[in-house]
Write a protein that binds this ligand. Structure first.
Ligand code: ZN
Length: 264
């Protein structure tokens, strides 16, 4: 927090939540990952392999201690330190890293993740037993079907334990095989008590995911990237849906995608 730019940004963010009469912020959707994994994620975006080849310079490409210090300076009191696997055999290692990160970072929510693979139910149960309070599922990066039989015990366990799961299941910024409202709607039909936090307000299927929130009390949406110039360019939020969004206000959570965003 030595740079003048950091101090000015922290002052602007703090003024924003103070003006709303809030005591600070909870960012449900931030990312902290093992350094080699994060380096690969950053390279993916910066090499133009992100959505539509759009320029995606990582705005907060900083060492981990500086990233944590920045969140604190912004007035973020708790943050979901999310991570996710892109292939099988990786989730347990990520989960043990996440446990260690949460242990040394008291304001980070202890998170866990999973892949559609044998044993997923067991290691998610283990992570919850070890204190995980938030789970991340990334259908686009993972490329798995959320309706996979291997995941039935995972959704069931999360619903019963009332542990929320942030799910990237919208088709933005680029569609995946199992993204879109259909597959996740089937999971919810089977596990109606699941607390699911739909990332990015479900972009670009805003209307369909807002409808899901209307049907299931446990469905929430996070604001990650929504209403920024960047996402408005790819998938603008339809003005006609604003009343529906406002009506669901108690289930809309702040998310930022910090630090992997191409803007402050
Ligand atoms: Zn994210």
């Amino acid at each position: 927090m030595s740079e003048a730019g950091d101090v000015a940004e922290a002052a602007a963010v703090t003024a924003f939540w103070r003006d709303l009469g809030l005591p600070g912020l909870i960012d449900i959707h931030a990312h902290f990952m093992p350094p080699n994994v994060l380096a690969k994620v950053w390279a993916f975006f910066e090499d133009g392999r992100g959505p539509a080849g759009l320029p995606w310079p990582i705005h907060y490409r900083r060492p981990e201690p500086e990233r944590v210090a920045l969140l604190r300076a912004f007035g973020v009191r708790r943050f979901g330190a999310l991570l996710y696997p892109h292939k099988p055999g990786m989730a347990t290692w990520l989960n043990s890293w996440a446990a260690g990160f949460a242990a040394r970072t008291p304001d980070a929510l202890h998170t866990a993740t999973f892949f559609a693979e044998p044993g997923a139910g067991d290691y998610v149960a283990e992570a919850i037993g070890a204190g995980a309070r938030l789970v991340k599922a990334h259908l686009q990066v993972g490329g798995y079907d959320p309706r996979d039989d291997l995941l039935d015990p995972v959704w069931g366990l999360l619903a019963e334990a009332r542990v929320p799961v942030v799910v990237h299941c919208g088709s933005g910024p680029t569609p995946g095989r199992y993204t879109g409202p259909g597959p996740m709607a089937e999971v919810l039909a089977r596990h109606p008590r699941l607390t699911a936090i739909i990332a990015h307000l479900g972009a670009p299927e805003y209307a369909e995911f807002l409808d899901l929130a209307g049907r299931y009390a446990g469905v929430h949406l996070d604001t990650t990237m929504a209403f920024t110039d960047f996402l408005n360019h790819l998938a603008p939020f339809p003005a006609a849906l604003l009343p529906q969004l406002a009506a669901a206000a108690d289930r809309i959570l702040l998310g930022s995608d910090f630090p992997n965003i191409p803007y402050p």
